[in-house]
Design a protein around this ligand. Structure first.
Ligand code: COI
Length: 353
């Protein structure tokens, strides 16, 4: 699939790798295409990065009919640029789209768009340790129509951002508050879909937690607020005793690609892994009796983010003395080494651009 490219006239200055944060700098080009319920997706094109013109009545702005993805490209030691498990993100994108009544995108076209856009802006893929090119595909409803019903037209775009760590803390352990008032998702809801509204609904809890010095909140289930779900910007896992435990994918939390990869890497090295309901009471009890060894988040943006402190209903517990745990560190190193082409890609995760 050949996608036409309109190049920028003048390239933007690129930031030094050491200056990178997360998601505030964008590359020279973006991918765009138009969708219609009856006609499918058409006019795929790579054009200069720039503003979109939207009618104020655009459905996505009113009713949040929109979905997105997050994946990364890495520059290897050999200078090859590789995408990490794009097939997983493409499949999840299409599941999110189905949940939001949006047309799916042919996986082959999606992958061609990712590869050709990254190839066009390959000079933007940073090389310093801990950096990568973050890729953000988005589809949104573009009808100008105030009926609450699925739009008939859509826009799909992909933008690119050279990034370092998502959290200001870098790889330093995060302080996390277990959220006991608001909920993120409920049974039958959109919790497993990567849709804009999930993130909008999480902002207030996050703001309140940040005022109290926490990086993020850890969400509990929306029924009894008893079982752990996810953090919103990442999935969560705990080392309790000798077991790596993480909540199962029951439809209320995001099916993280990093989550899946980290569980695989842990199993590869013989770690006992359990995907099972994890009660917050169990985690707090394990923290009190010393069997909560490690806690960490997993996500494309977050990579592996160690958790050094948990606060729940006024009780604060330290995890791993606020340091990075040995398994967290090892899994982070393994994953980064595979992504950078320093370790063999045994599972066929990397796709060269
Ligand atoms: C990601 O990890 O890619 C995410 O989408 C999480 C967050 C930045 C929204």
């Amino acid at each position: 699939i050949e996608i036409p490219v309109t190049r920028v006239q003048r390239q933007k200055p690129r930031p030094e790798d050491a200056q990178l944060g997360f998601g505030q700098v964008f590359t020279d080009h973006m991918f765009l295409m138009d969708g219609a319920v009856d006609a499918g997706w058409s006019n795929p094109r790579i054009v200069p990065y720039g503003p979109l013109a939207l009618e104020p009545a655009t459905v996505a702005l009113h009713y949040a009919q929109s979905v997105f993805e997050g994946l990364k490209a890495y520059r290897g030691q050999d200078d090859t640029v590789r995408l990490f498990r794009p097939d997983r993100n493409i499949a999840r994108f299409n599941r999110s789209a189905a949940r939001l009544c949006m047309p799916s995108i042919d996986p082959e076209l999606f992958l061609a768009a990712l590869k050709q856009l990254v190839a066009t802006d390959r000079d933007w893929v940073p090389r310093a340790p801990g950096t990568s090119l973050y890729i953000r595909p988005v589809a949104f409803a573009s009808d100008a129509d105030l009926h609450v019903r699925p739009s008939r037209t859509y826009v799909f775009f992909i933008i690119l951002s050279p990034v370092a760590a998502y959290y200001a803390e870098g790889f330093k352990p995060l302080r996390i508050r277990v959220e006991d008032r608001y909920v993120r998702s409920v049974r039958g809801g959109t919790g497993a879909a990567k849709t804009a509204g999930n993130y909008a609904g999480s902002l207030l809890a996050g703001e309140e937690a940040q005022k109290d010095g926490f990086a993020q909140v850890l969400w509990l289930d929306g029924i009894n607020q008893e079982y752990i779900e996810e953090v919103g910007s990442m999935n969560i896992a705990f080392v309790i005793g000798d077991e790596l435990v993480t909540p199962p994918l029951t439809g209320t939390l995001l099916e993280g690609v990093t989550r899946d990869s980290v569980l695989q890497l842990a199993r590869d090295e013989g770690v006992q892994v359990a995907e099972r309901p994890v009660a917050i009471a169990e985690v707090m009890a394990a923290a009190r009796n010393g069997t909560l060894r490690e806690a960490f988040g997993t996500g494309t943006a977050a990579v592996i983010s160690p958790v050094g402190e948990l606060a729940y209903k006024g009780e604060r517990v330290r995890v791993q003395d606020g340091e990075v745990g040995p398994l967290s560190q090892r899994l982070y190193d393994r994953l980064s080494d595979i992504q950078r082409g320093r370790l063999p890609d045994r599972h066929g995760w990397m796709v060269a651009v």
